[in-house]
Every structure is written in C-alpha cells, then in structure tokens.
Design a protein around this ligand. Structure first.
Ligand code: SIN
Length: 528
C-alpha cells in the first residue's frame, strides 16, 4: 500500500459508503477483526430519515433535528446533511436499492419520534440496515480488500497520520501505510450491560484517536433507546421506534400509558425524554411494555422483530413486548469538520465515531444512517480532492511480538456493570466520582498512554473499554447541567439557556441567507 491507497478502519455503512466513492481511483483496505457481517449497521431497523416526499422539506427536517438535539449542533453540518440526503438516496434507488413502497408503488415513509412528518425510508419492514448493507456490499469491486486484523493504534509521524498498527490473532503486529486513514469504527454501546449495539463495539476508534492526540468532544452525550426488548434480564434486540410511529404505546404492567401528559408528542417524544420515563418507571419498580395491539398486520410490517420475539418465547398474541432502556448511540466522538477531517492531518472520522455536530445532545431518530451516507461521501470527496498533495510511505512492516508485561484489568462483565451504574440514563456527581476512582484504580494513568503492542487482544479490549468509559465519565462530570441525553440528577435544570437562544438565532440567520432556496427539497429547487 502507499500512494493511491486509503485505509478505512471498520466495515459498517459509513465505511462502505466511503469505500464505494473512492474505489474507482484508490485502492481501499477495510480493516475489521471479524470482516463484513457484524456491527451496528446490519442491526438498524427503523430506517433513513430524509426529506424526500414532495410535501416535506429539508428545512423541516433541520428543525426537527435541532429541536430533538437541544440546539447543540454544528449548524452548517446539519444543514448539509438534510440538504444532500435526498439526492444521495435517490441515487441509491437508481442504482438498485429497494426501499419499501405501498400498493401504488409510492415510497412508504415511516414515522418516528420527534419528527413532524413521515420521512423514514425503510426496507424489508424493519430490516433496513441489513438490506442497505447487502446493497452496498454487492457494489464493492475487487480492489476493495477486507483485512481481518484488529487495528489497535494509529501511526502518527510529525503530526500526520500515515498508517495503522494491527494485531493479529497470533499476537503479531503489522503496520500499514496509506495516504489517508478513515476511522469508521462505530460507537461504544458494548461497554454497557444493556445495549442495542453489537457488544463488540466498545469505542475502539475513540480510544485510538485519543491515544493519537485527536480532539474529541461531547462524549457525555450518549443516547439510550427506550425500547430494547428483554427477557429474564437478557437483551433480545431492539423494538424500533417505528412501532410507536405505527401506533404502539408504552404502558406499565397495570396498563397505564407511560407517556401520557409527559410530553406533547406523547409516545413519539424525543428519545431522551422517553428513555427517562422508562427509567423512572423502573426506579418505581414498574415493568415497561410496548402495547402493539393497535398495529394491524404486525408480523408483516415488522418481520424481524416478530421473529426475535418468537425465538425468545415472547408471545406476540398477548400484544405486549417487555422493554427497557439500552445504550444506543454516541452523539459525541472524534471532532470533524464537514469533510470528516479530524484535528490530525490525513486522519478522517465518519459515522457514529465522529462528532460532526449533526446530532446535538440527542440524535433524531433515523438520522444516523443518513449521516453515514452524507459524510461518507464528503470524506471520500475530500480525499480525492487532496490526494495530489500527499506523498506517503509504501512499505508495510511486520513484527513478531512476544507477549509482554500487561496490567491485570477487570473482566469485561465487571466493567459493563460499573459503567451501567455510573453512566446510565441518569447520573450523579457521587456515582461519577466513585466510578472515576474505580477506573483510576486500574492503574489507568500508567497504562493508558503506554504501548499496547505486546499485550493480549483480550487485555487491549478491556483497556479500550476502560479508556472509553473514563473519557465519557470525565466529560459527564464536567458538564454540570442536564441537557439532552446527559441527565445529571444533581443539576436538573438547564443552566445555559442563553446558548440555546444563541444557536437558534445563528440558525435563523443562516437560514435567512438562503431565502426561498432553503425551504425547497431538491425536486423543486428554487434558487434565491
Ligand atoms: C429504531 O428503529 O428505533 C432505531 C432507529 C435509530 O436509532 O434512529
């Protein structure tokens, strides 16, 4: 590898979108311990939010995104996402991606929390992620290589990222060089006991970016999905918000409607609000259920959820699915600009690991896949535009490693238990402080910046989980207010209302500049 080559760490949707856009001009190597086939993108149920209907507008989608996310956004990035989305998704459809349609052949758009209209593209009912990933995978040409090695560190020379170091199952390491490195490793739900995520997602991209010195931000904002299906304390899978979009209601065991009088949008309130209501019921020892009796043809519309429930022995004829909250999406991450560039030269981040600023403090439902489509394209275009400026090393190096001295770190299940107690739906100064002390007692300050190369993969993964948790806990401790998905019991009031007001004002003036052009979607573009 070398000039004309790009390394992408990850194999989810952000990685594939980026790779596809690059592959005509670049050799692309995707790195993932398990290859393509696992990760969160496959699990996505709800769909892709996009203002594609002729009655909808990017400006409406923008408003909903800001409102749900507490006006804590990068406005330029948010605007770019809602505006570029429709054309990119139309292009997917032209290339053969089939989203669900009604009996007249019109796109059947779903509804989810905090959206003011139906704008969710979905496929296979509740199998949107799987259908999209299959579609993208089919398009991948031969010069996109998938390497099943675990990237453990970024290679940074004189402030420029020029490669990655991988660890193989046999313990040996390889170093690969490329003209650009893209982190697309997804989120970190796997550090929690209850999560909708693939449990292998433990913040590896975040940790390696931190160790390389990249700027991170907003790490305290971690979204909990209010309807993770569970049985006997074990997570079965996700019950998409689309269920509530089609009429499902959250109830307790006595049949009381949980969201009644809690928010004007009721069951379709923003996710952070609903998650707190579910959490509060649990605190009061009440059980939570999704009542699905108002959804006609449930199995037809939601085949994947139906199958998961049936396999777990949850009887859908009773009309109730037991739910709890689960770690779902990280709004914070590696800070990027609108081209996915990080603070380190030639290092990009895309997808959930990136903090583009489009999600604020609480992501709007089904905006995550849209983010990957838009910013994967942005990243690839930037790499192509800048590639003539770049000279890079071509030689790969291989190192045989002997296992060395490594710290004795807590087991993954213990880490998950402590993380869930301290960094859950609600947080307090005392639990955060206690948790930080526990983390520090692992010897974190001695090992977090050391070389991990001659450690076992298991130890590296535990160290990654602890580092991710430490970064989030420190950020959560520092934000002494409740805002979006970060809820501090000891600081329940928003203390910085002025900042919201300022952002609304900035958004208004950006929008004003666009006059008529802003409200239109790309079908009916009217230029100012
Ligand atoms: C869901 O289907 O409820 C999840 C979609 C999302 O996370 O946006």
């Amino acid at each position: 590898m070398g000039h004309d080559s790009v390394i992408i760490i990850g194999t989810g949707m952000a990685a594939l979108v980026t790779a596809l856009k690059l592959c005509n001009e670049k050799n692309v190597k995707l790195f993932s311990k398990n290859g393509i086939g696992d990760g969160n993108s496959w699990r996505a149920q709800g769909g892709i939010a996009v203002a594609i209907d002729h009655t909808d507008y990017p400006s409406n989608h923008y408003e909903d995104t800001l409102k749900a996310g507490g006006y804590h956004h990068n406005l330029e990035a948010t605007m770019l996402m809602v505006e570029k989305g429709p054309a990119l998704l139309r292009n997917w459809m032209e290339m053969g991606m089939e989203f669900d349609r009604d009996h007249r052949g019109h796109l059947s758009l779903g509804m989810e929390g905090a959206h003011n209209s139906r704008r969710i593209l979905h496929a296979g009912g509740d199998q949107t992620g799987m259908r999209c990933m299959n579609f993208l995978q089919r398009l991948l040409p031969k010069n996109v290589e998938v390497i099943k090695e675990q990237v453990i560190d970024l290679q940074v020379t004189d402030g420029v990222c020029d490669g990655v170091v991988t660890k193989k199952a046999d313990g040996n390491t390889n170093t690969y060089f490329a003209e650009a490195i893209v982190i697309a490793t997804g989120g970190c739900g796997g550090i929690f006991q209850h999560t909708s995520n693939d449990p292998n997602l433990i913040g590896s991209g975040l940790t390696m970016a931190y160790r390389a010195g990249a700027t991170l931000s907003d790490l305290e904002f971690l979204q909990f999905h209010p309807t993770v299906i569970h049985k006997n304390g074990k997570v079965i899978g996700l019950a998409s918000e689309a269920l509530r979009g089609e009429g499902a209601r959250l109830v307790d065991e006595a049949g009381n409607i949980t969201m009644e009088n809690l928010h004007p949008y009721g069951d379709l309130a923003p996710r952070d609000v609903v998650a707190r209501a579910i959490h509060e019921n649990e605190r009061l020892q009440k059980k939570n259920y999704l009542d699905i009796t108002r959804i006609p043809k449930f199995k037809e519309r939601f085949p994947h959820i139906s199958k998961m429930c049936e396999e777990a022995g949850i009887d859908l004829k009773k009309g109730r699915i037991p739910v709890t909250t689960g770690a779902h999406f990280h709004m914070g991450g590696v800070v990027t600009d609108i081209y996915g560039r990080t603070s380190i030269e030639r290092l990009y981040a895309v997808g959930e690991v990136a903090r583009t600023g489009v999600h604020g403090t609480n992501r709007l439902a089904s905006n995550s896949l849209l983010e990957t489509v838009v910013f994967g394209t942005q990243v690839a275009e930037d790499i192509l535009r800048r590639s003539s400026e770049v000279a890079c090393k071509t030689k790969e190096t291989h190192q045989t490693m002997k296992l060395g001295k490594e710290p004795d770190l807590p087991a993954k299940e213990d880490i998950r238990q402590y993380v869930s107690n301290a960094l859950g739906v609600t947080r307090t100064s005392a639990t955060l402080q206690g948790f930080l002390t526990w983390l520090e007692n692992t010897g974190l300050q001695q090992w977090k910046d050391a070389s991990w190369l001659n450690w076992k993969i298991e130890t590296i993964e535990r160290a990654t989980m602890i580092t991710t948790a430490w970064l989030i806990a420190r950020s959560a401790m520092e934000r002494t207010e409740s805002r979006g998905a970060h809820f501090r019991v000891d600081f329940p009031q928003r203390q910085k209302k002025w900042r919201n007001a300022q952002l609304i004002h900035e958004g208004e003036s950006l929008r004003a500049k666009r006059t008529k052009g802003w409200k239109t979607n790309d079908q009916q573009m009217v230029t100012s």
